[in-house]
Structures are given as structure tokens and as C-alpha cells.
Design a protein around this ligand. Structure first.
Ligand code: G3P
Ligand code: CA
Length: 340
């Protein structure tokens, strides 16, 4: 279902003012459901997004790649064996191949080698079954969603729960896809426009680790943009680096450890990142808080196994206290609870 901008706005206008990211400068940080409620359901599934909405998230995050026929589909990477049942599908065995993507050799099956109709025959599964056996119980239940299905879900869920559920799409591998003749920026801009989301006040943030695609996207759409930054790129979040990002983006999405460095196995004092970003007008949306011990500093771990949950609440509270404008989490319910 496609809604016009007018219909989308009418459906959500009352809730819009209550949405933290869009309401006022003194707003609550937004909670972004990272790949859905991906700690509890296979990532990038409609059931995972619905659970995240039930848990109180403000935005749902789809990572985007493209099919052979140019359709935006929701996967974390274009190689799909980690999150679908493709490896067990004999009819597709011959499509296994190797490619160089962003400087690395990757082997497997790639979304851009399948039509949407073919991709839709696959079933999603949990990426981390050892850490997330509860989520793995939902393996095989759902297909790979298109971006349009995720927008439609956000629209329908906004109506159902009476508040705006935004979408926070990430362009994955844009340079690689452009080299195949499948530029993702234009397709994403067109999709947002079709859905009435080509506006600065639309409940949308477009994210990317690469700067050039964001700059290109700025010429194609009015939707807001966020520059992602990995922990290995500290220069990008220096005061100078942030000033450069502010030329083409509305926000920065750093690894959360760049806001809260670990000190002796515990959370250390916050870095200058939030203050420096705010000084040049950038929002700060760190990623990705996960509850399992595996992803937490040593002193926040609880129990004995890496799969058990540690003190993620301490991370959320420290990020909120540091002044972030939002947070990505695989456990949006915990992020909402800590926000209080
Ligand atoms: O988009 C924020 C965060 O998701 C970036 O990392 O690898 O999970 O897409 P990744
Ligand atoms: Ca992402």
C-alpha cells in the first residue's frame, strides 16, 4: 500500500508532536530499533519490527541492498547466507560465487544475483543462533521484506499505536552497487518521494558509512541524513571532522564506544563527541547497544556465558546522560525502559 504524503501526515499528525526527534529542541532521545527487535527475533523481519513497535521504539531501522531487478530489499549485507536459508536451497546452489566488495573477498550468494521473485522464496533466519537461541526459534517463518513493505508497516503501525513510527534506512555498499549499474541513492530517494517522505520534517533519517553517497543523496531528497562512523575512524569525529560532516549531514551515528570509552573494563567518562557535534548542529545517534555479555564491557557482564544479558541499562543511562539525541539498540524495549 502506498500512501500519499497527505495521507501519511493525516494519519500521524497528532502523534507527530509527541515524537521526540521531531518535537522540540529539549526532546527525549529517540529509540531506534536496530534491524527490528533483533535481539529477540531474526533481524530485518516484519515480526521483529512489529515487536519493536510494541516495545515503544520511535524508529525502525532497515539496512538496504538491491535485487537484480533493482528492488530495494532489507538485509544487512548483500551476501545473504548469514540471515536466510539460501545455503540449503538446492535450486540456487549454482549461484554461489565470490566477489570483491569494498576491498574484501566475500563468498556466498548475493542479493543482486536474484530477482525479487526468487528472493521472496527464501526464509529469514537468526544470524547469531548461539547467542540468541530464543530468536532462532522463529527461523523460517518470514520472507525477506522489501523496503516498501517496511514503510507500509511503519505507516500501519503508526495508526495502530497512535504515534509516529519513523524509518531509518541505511544504504549498504553504495559504491559496489553503483559499479554494477545499480546506484542505490536514486532508488531510495524515489522510494521516499513515492511515499510522501521527501521532506525535512518527514519521520526519516537516511544513514551511510560512506560520505559520498550521503552527499549525493542530499541532491536528490530533502530527507535528513546521518553519517555513520566506525570505531576505527576517530578523525571523523574530531571537532574538525564533525565540522566537515555538518556540510552534508544532519547527524552523526558513531559506535557508542566513541561517546563512552571503556576504562578498566567499565564505562569511562564521556568523550567530547556529543558537545562537539552539537556545537556544529549535528544530532548524535550512537549504535548499537546490545544486552548480551558478548557486547558489553567486562564489568557490566553478569552470569557466566556470553549469551546471558549484562547491565545494558548502565550503557543506556550513561548515553542519555551524555546528551545523545537517540540510540540504536537490538533491544529497543530496554532502551525505552531506561529512558523512563
Ligand atoms: O546503522 C547503525 C548501525 O546499524 C551500523 O552498523 O553494521 O549494524 O549496520 P550495522
Ligand atoms: Ca545499520
Amino acid at each position: 500500500m502506498h500512501l500519499t504524503r497527505r495521507a501519511f501526515t493525516a494519519a500521524t499528525a497528532a502523534a507527530l508532536a509527541a515524537t521526540p526527534a521531531l518535537a522540540s529542541p529539549a526532546r527525549k532521545p529517540i529509540v531506534i530499533a536496530h534491524r527490528g527487535a533483533s535481539g529477540e527475533r531474526p533481524e530485518h523481519t516484519l515480526m521483529g519490527y512489529r515487536l519493536a513497535v510494541d516495545q515503544g521504539c520511535d524508529f525502525i531501522e532497515p539496512d538496504l541492498v538491491l535485487t537484480m531487478d533493482g528492488v530495494l530489499v532489507v538485509r544487512h549485507e548483500n551476501e545473504i547466507s548469514g540471515t536466510t536459508d539460501i545455503a540449503s536451497r538446492r535450486e540456487f546452489a549454482v549461484r554461489r560465487t565470490a566477489k570483491f566488495i569494498d576491498g574484501e573477498k566475500v563468498e556466498g550468494w548475493f542479493a543482486e544475483d536474484f530477482t525479487l521473485a526468487e528472493l521472496k522464496t527464501l526464509r529469514a533466519r537468526e544470524r547469531l543462533p548461539d547467542l540468541r537461541p530464543g530468536s532462532a526459534k522463529f527461523d523460517g517463518r518470514e520472507a525477506v521484506p522489501t523496503f516498501q513493505e517496511v514503510i507500509d508497516l511503519a505507516t500501519a503501525e503508526s495508526r495502530r499505536v497512535g504515534r509516529t513510527i519513523g524509518v531509518y534506512p541505511e544504504m549498504k555498499h553504495p559504491a559496489f552497487l553503483a559499479s554494477l549499474g545499480l546506484p542505490i541513492e536514486a532508488r531510495l530517494a524515489a522510494a521516499l518521494k513515492t511515499n510522501g517522505l521527501d521532506a525535512r520534517d518527514a519521520p526519516v533519517f537516511v544513514q551511510c558509512f560512506e560520505a559520498a553517497p550521503l552527499a549525493t543523496f542530499k541532491t536528490l531528497s530533502k530527507a535528513r541524513r546521518v553519517q555513520l562512523v566506525g570505531a576505527g575512524n576517530p578523525a571523523m569525529v574530531s571537532a574538525e571532522g564533525l565540522k566537515a560532516i555538518a556540510q552534508y549531514a544532519d547527524g552523526v551515528g558513531p559506535d557508542w564506544s566513541m561517546v563512552l570509552p571503556t576504562l578498566d573494563g567499565a564505562l569511562g567518562p564521556p568523550s567530547a563527541l556529543v558537545a562537539d557535534a552539537h556545537a556544529v548542529g549535528l544530532l548524535v545517534h550512537p549504535w548499537t547497544v546490545r544486552a548480551e555479555n558478548r557486547f558489553l564491557p567486562a564489568k557490566l557482564r553478569r552470569g557466566t556465558s556470553l549469551a546471558e544479558h549484562g547491565d545494558a541499562e548502565a550503557v543506556f543511562l550513561a548515553l542519555y546522560a551524555a546528551g545523545v539525541d537517540g540510540v540504536f539498540s537490538d533491544f529497543p524495549g530496554l532502551a525505552v525502559a531506561a529512558r523512563g
